[in-house]
Design a protein around this ligand. Structure first.
Ligand SMILES: N[C@@H](CCC(=O)N[C@@H](CS)C(=O)NCC(=O)O)C(=O)O
Length: 217
């Protein structure tokens, strides 16, 4: 199996965390591709031109997006750790959390791109505020639903949320959310101690492609 990804992409990090969690690390080949780089095979693998993409030995390969890849990997491994719970209520809660985490990643990425990849004259403060509000509302929701969050047996939802929060810390360090959300912060700090999460946090790792003058996301 080959994972096309970028190490600073939160959606790709979610997949990496699931790979580590399921113990599939050693059977995965890694292929770093920056999604904004020109002339890559990415559009032929995913018409949306986004990472992550998984190539595997199945008739439905290549696979995108991150949610589909995670579900495939968990099913293939018989989901030994119940990342996608069987019980309906638990499953829908986990999928809803995953949707929230994915949306937070998207809002944070849009914020970062607007602020750092566009010339200041073209930046929209309304757009930045719209993304910030999504993050703020998501944090409120999580603080109020903190009892749904797990640590010992994390679901795909927990993994999506911890990676989304890590990405915010990584790329939006001036957005200090922790003091206003103490229960969420306590959960987050415990999750960061899990080896599969610690190994998969968004970070700068690969050399940027030549002639790339935009910020990686
Ligand atoms: N829904 C997708 C989102 C993936 C995504 O937004 N990837 C970003 C990097 S974090 C990307 O490749 N962006 C390139 C682009 O938008 O053209 C998933 O869950 O995989």
């Amino acid at each position: 199996m080959k994972l096309h990804y970028w190490r600073a992409s939160p959606h790709a990090c979610k997949v990496l965390a699931v790979v580590h969690h399921l113990g599939l690390k050693d059977i995965l080949e890694h292929n770093p591709i920056h999604p904004w780089e020109k002339e890559t095979p990415l559009p032929s693998l995913n018409p949306l031109g986004k990472v992550p993409v998984l190539e595997c030995d199945e008739d439905f390969s290549p696979l995108f997006d991150s949610g589909v890849i995670c579900e495939y990997l968990a099913s293939k491994a018989n989901d030994p750790k119940n990342l996608f719970p069987k019980d309906l209520s638990a499953r829908i809660k986990a999928l809803r959390l995953q949707a929230l985490g994915d949306g937070m990643m998207e809002a944070a990425v849009l914020h970062v791109v607007e602020q750092h990849a566009r010339p200041p004259i073209l930046q929209s403060s309304d757009w930045l505020e719209r993304q910030r509000l999504k993050l703020e509302n998501a944090l409120h929701f999580l603080e109020n639903h903190v009892l749904e969050l797990q640590i010992e047996t994390p679901t795909i939802g927990d993994i999506a949320i911890v990676i989304a929060l890590s990405y915010m810390n990584f790329r939006l360090p001036s957005y200090v959310w922790h003091p206003a959300y103490p229960s969420l912060t306590a959960w987050f700090e415990k999750m960061l101690r899990l080896p599969e999460i610690a190994e998969s946090l968004p970070k700068e790792m690969h050399t940027m492609p030549e002639k790339m003058d935009r910020l990686e996301n």
